[in-house]
Design a protein around this ligand. Structure first.
Ligand SMILES: Cc1cc2nc3c(=O)[nH]c(=O)nc-3n(C[C@H](O)[C@H](O)[C@H](O)COP(=O)(O)OP(=O)(O)OC[C@H]3O[C@@H](n4cnc5c(N)ncnc54)[C@H](O)[C@@H]3O)c2cc1C
Length: 524
């Protein structure tokens, strides 16, 4: 059966990652009627699988891409002001093992400070060998000369995505998860809407829109082909792997940044939610998928570098979770190594009026959204209205954030969440002794954050899957029970949910890598 949505939207946005959600906020807050459709859950794609940094990109500075760094540093500063409950300043140390590195990185990072201007997070400075080891006691001391300390931002990506969805709704947008766009509608050769399928019921919906924005990240080509089946390939997908380790490998609050790995990448080891995230890789892959898996070689590569820089050598058995994100890098002629492809965003308009925005960074989602709405409004024949997101407070914004409160990342929603938990003491119980979450957060996720599956709760409303894949599997039956009671589902639903979740979470255990990297080397 095909149902018709009763109204014509000014904007229909396809894709509920950072980019699509940013476009939805921007369009709705300019007063355009806005609908966002996400085939799975918000941030199911790359937007829940980042390195969790809100950064200017020291690496892009090394590459001489000053405009990109300048824009990202500005957005970093704005985001820290607009979402202080989820974005915070993070100190990093670049350790120096050669004398020449000390002035080289000190000058580079001073330039980084200068580019940030008034929106800087703190001044970079040189550290002696002793000071460096005091900040990172587990740093390899052999041959260490000193370090350079600098500041960047750090955040919780999928929590920010959920708050962006809520912000869009606060401004009047309709945002739907589990609604997949399966084709585009055209009138006289011009894109005039979409056909979408409700992934829970199988129902199809025809929806009219004045302009359709394709914000499907690494899947952008699929939607472009719905518009023009003959279009050539523009995206070179490349995956990046992260390992999550216990905090003992990097105690304290300072992160480690290695500017040059064996394959010329930057490697980070960053404290995150009381664990350590280490990554990443840059491996060309043949096809994007919603659940990419790490190759064994990628896990080994990260462990090898972590061992080189840390005194406590992490082994495979120490890895609590492995998560993988895919970059939609834009193809360039004669560039074989994906690490050399541009990280900038691209904004394209097809002859039939489909607007595509892909690439870029989480850090710059707001500016990408602004540029997209400016362009899409013209394509859709809408009256032009100014962007208002620069100083817009994101849902949950708080003037003072107390990081010692385990619920602080809910921001202003924390008051209502605590009321819910206090009203029913059972909801204050922990879900698992190895995880920092309580049962009330599951109820909250269903009632207030559009969580529909056990995976939505364990992967993106809480970060259980990333913090400890094995513990998250143990807690799946209890999550399913709480969700079923909230949503009116039966025991069968719970069983299916749990078994689907266990299957998925097994892919986050380090010994379940897909094995053979050589099979896809030809695509590099
Ligand atoms: C390994 C890695 C580390 C990174 N680390 C950082 C970092 O530390 N800091 C930073 O700033 N940036 C980082 N980035 C970049 C950042 O994560 C991405 O730029 C950003 O998440 C992309 O968001 P997106 O919305 O464009 O894509 P996605 O998050 O992939 O969202 C696209 C969405 O479209 C949906 N979709 C696809 N097809 C359809 C359809 N037909 N109908 C409906 N929905 C559809 C998908 O389900 C998906 O949810 C990193 C990227 C990678 C790969």
């Amino acid at each position: 059966m095909i149902c018709n949505f009763p109204r014509t939207y000014d904007f229909i946005i396809v894709g509920g990652g950072a980019t699509g959600l940013g476009v939805a906020i921007d369009a709705a807050s300019r007063g355009y009627t806005t609908l966002l459709l996400e085939q799975s859950d918000f941030a199911k794609g790359t937007s829940s699988r980042s390195t969790k940094l809100i950064h200017g990109g020291v690496r892009y500075l090394q590459q001489g891409n000053v405009p990109l760094v300048l824009e990202a540093l500005r957005e970093r500063g704005l985001l820290l002001q607009n979402a202080p409950h989820l974005v915070r300043s993070q100190a990093f140390i670049v350790p120096n093992y050669d004398w020449w590195e000390v002035p080289f990185y000190a000058v580079g990072l001073k330039l980084y400070d200068m580019l940030a201007g008034k929106l800087g997070l703190g001044r970079s400075h040189l550290l002696s060998r002793d000071e460096t080891l005091k900040q990172i006691p587990t740093l390899e001391p052999k041959g260490l000369k000193g370090g350079v300390l600098y500041y960047d931002g750090q955040f919780d990506d999928s929590r920010l995505a959920v708050n962006l969805a809520q912000t869009a709704v606060d401004y009047g947008a309709t945002v739907l998860n589990y609604m997949k766009v399966i084709s585009l509608k055209k009138t006289s050769g011009v894109v005039s809407g979409v056909t979408a399928m409700d992934m829970e019921t199988g129902e199809k919906h025809e929806i009219n829109g004045r302009v359709v924005v394709n914000a499907t990240g690494v899947f952008a080509e699929d939607v472009i082909r719905m518009d023009n089946p003959q279009s050539s390939r523009i995206i070179a997908p490349s995956q990046g792997v992260h390992l999550v380790l216990d905090k003992k490998f990097l105690p304290g609050r300072t992160a480690l940044m290695v500017p040059r790995t064996d394959d010329g990448r930057v490697l980070f080891a960053v404290p995150w939610l009381d664990k350590v995230v280490v990554g990443t890789t840059d491996t060309a892959i043949p096809e994007p998928s919603l659940e990419p898996r790490a190759y064994d070689e990628e896990i080994d590569f990260i462990l090898k570098h972590a061992k080189r820089y840390l005194t406590k050598d992490p082994e495979r058995s120490d890895v609590l979770s492995v998560f993988v994100g895919i970059r939609p890098l834009i193809k360039a002629r004669d560039v074989k190594n994906t690490a050399k492809l541009s990280r900038e965003s691209v904004l394209l308009t097809s002859k039939s009026g489909l607007v595509t925005i892909t690439g870029g960074k989480w850090t710059t989602y707001r500016k990408m959204a602004q540029d997209t709405v400016n362009k899409a409004a013209v394509i859709g024949g809408l009256d032009e209205r100014p962007c208002t997101t620069e100083h817009m407070k994101i849902h949950g914004w708080l003037s003072h954030v107390d990081e010692s409160d385990p619920l602080h990342f809910y921001g202003s929603d924390m008051i209502d969440l605590k009321r819910l938990i206090n009203d029913k003491p059972d909801l204050g119980q922990k879900l698992h002794k190895e995880l920092p979450y309580v049962k009330g957060e599951v109820v909250w996720a269903v009632r207030k954050e559009m969580a529909r599956t056990v995976e939505d709760v364990l992967s993106r409303r809480t970060r259980s899957l990333l913090l400890n894949a094995s513990a998250s599997m143990d807690s799946a039956p209890e999550i399913a029970r709480i969700m079923a009671a909230e949503m009116g589902f039966d025991r069968k639903w719970q069983e299916i949910q749990v078994s689907q979740y266990i299957k998925l979470a097994q892919g986050y255990l380090p010994d379940r890598g897909t094995g053979d990297l050589h099979a896809c080397k030809g695509h590099q």
